[in-house]
Design a protein around this ligand. Structure first.
Ligand code: C2O
Length: 367
């Protein structure tokens, strides 16, 4: 059966690193009138384009920061408040919910075919809330263009300590270095001696190598190893399975190429080095507390759109009802609880948004 979260089951989330473990409360504020609305795609034909974060101008930045500031300033029990938004990720990713009809089965949105749909709708409502807070329903949030050389460092707009886009729980050593999409560890040594021309050259060369390697990783995860829906999206995940050996029955069936690869690498790259939990981006329970999370996942979401255009559009999503009818619950921009099905989110244009078109250099990086 399709997976559905049991709202009333929401309890503490478990954060387990294998070595140490803790419980955190992440449940959403209670429903005021116990009404859950079924999601309807927005009417209208205007598409809002999410810009690459390294390309936005000052007017855009002003609006974005204002929206984020207001989101952080909402009452703490308002479901649209920034921490409440961050907790959505914690609840869906660390086992706060059980599945409808199966009180003993935890719900987890990673490592399976739920990954892209869940995060798409999570970002969708986050963006709608931002727009609402500045009275601009056409507002589109930025994406972190880490698959392109000019976007391979943390976007500058997130690095100003006085900005609401900043988060102090990050790896500061990684602030101005190229991401390593392979495993999130930077291979580039910070330059020590400014005078030393030889070192500079070496750094340049290292950077060139890093870019090459990243583009290769992208080609690998988007083109070569992602020929089927199952490879790209991840394995099936069905509600209520009891046998761990059946397909889709484990809580973590298998993630897709991008999820397991570049996606995780960027999380690790941004998260602080502090053990045991590497907050914020380095752990699912806290990742949503970093505003950069939403730009990171914008790019992950963009990959879904791009994937469908590859190979003459022959790459198709799953068509099984059990996937299409799986659902999630979110508070929308008006603080109403909405049930969204996977089938509602297959096409970002139907949801009213798309991505600024930028060069896709890895398409030419066939090794
Ligand atoms: Cu829900 Cu990037 O993780």
């Amino acid at each position: 059966v399709p997976i559905e979260p049991e709202l009333s089951s929401c309890g503490e989330s478990t954060v387990d690193t294998g070595k140490t473990c803790m419980n955190v409360p992440c449940c959403p504020p209670e429903l005021k009138d116990s009404k859950i609305i079924d999601f309807e795609p927005p009417l209208g034909c205007k598409i809002r384009y999410r810009p690459a974060a390294h390309l936005v101008d000052r007017d855009y930045l002003y609006k974005f920061e204002l929206a984020m500031e207001r989101m952080k300033a909402l009452p703490v029990d308002d479901p649209r408040n920034f921490m409440q938004q961050a907790n959505i990720h914690c609840a869906y990713c660390n086992g706060a919910y059980s599945q409808v009809g199966f009180p003993d089965q935890k719900l987890e949105v990673h490592y399976s075919w739920l990954f892209f749909p869940f995060h798409r709708m999570y970002l969708y409502f986050f963006e709608r809330i931002l727009g609402k807070l500045i009275g601009d329903p056409d507002f589109a949030m930025p994406f972190w263009n880490w698959d392109s050389p000019c976007g391979m460092t943390m976007p500058q707009i997130y690095l100003d300590p006085y900005s609401p886009l900043y988060d102090e729980n990050r790896n500061l050593e990684h602030q101005h270095v190229l991401v390593n999409l392979n495993d999130g560890k930077s291979v580039i040594k910070q330059e020590k001696n400014e005078e030393d021309g030889f070192d500079k050259l070496t750094k340049r060369e290292q950077e060139r190598e890093q870019i090459k390697s990243n583009l290769y990783v992208m080609y690998q995860q988007m083109v070569r190893s992602a020929k089927t829906a199952s490879c790209f999206h991840g394995a099936a995940y069905l509600g209520g399975c009891v046998s761990e050996t059946d397909i889709g029955c484990t809580p973590e069936p298998r993630g897709g190429t991008i999820e397991n690869g570049a996606h995780i690498a960027v999380h690790k790259f941004v998260g602080a080095k502090n053990p045991p939990y590497n907050e914020d981006m380095g752990n699912f329970y806290s990742a949503g507390r970093d505003p950069l999370f939403y730009a990171h996942h914008g790019n992950v979401d963009r990959m879904w759109n791009i994937w469908k255009t590859l190979q003459g559009k022959k790459r198709r999503d799953f068509d099984q009802d059990v996937w299409l009818n799986s659902s999630f619950l979110f508070y929308d921009e008006n603080a109403n609880m909405v049930r969204v099905k996977v089938r509602d989110c297959l096409d970002s244009k139907t949801l009213g948004y798309d991505y600024q078109s930028v060069d896709i250099p890895w398409l030419r990086s066939k090794p």
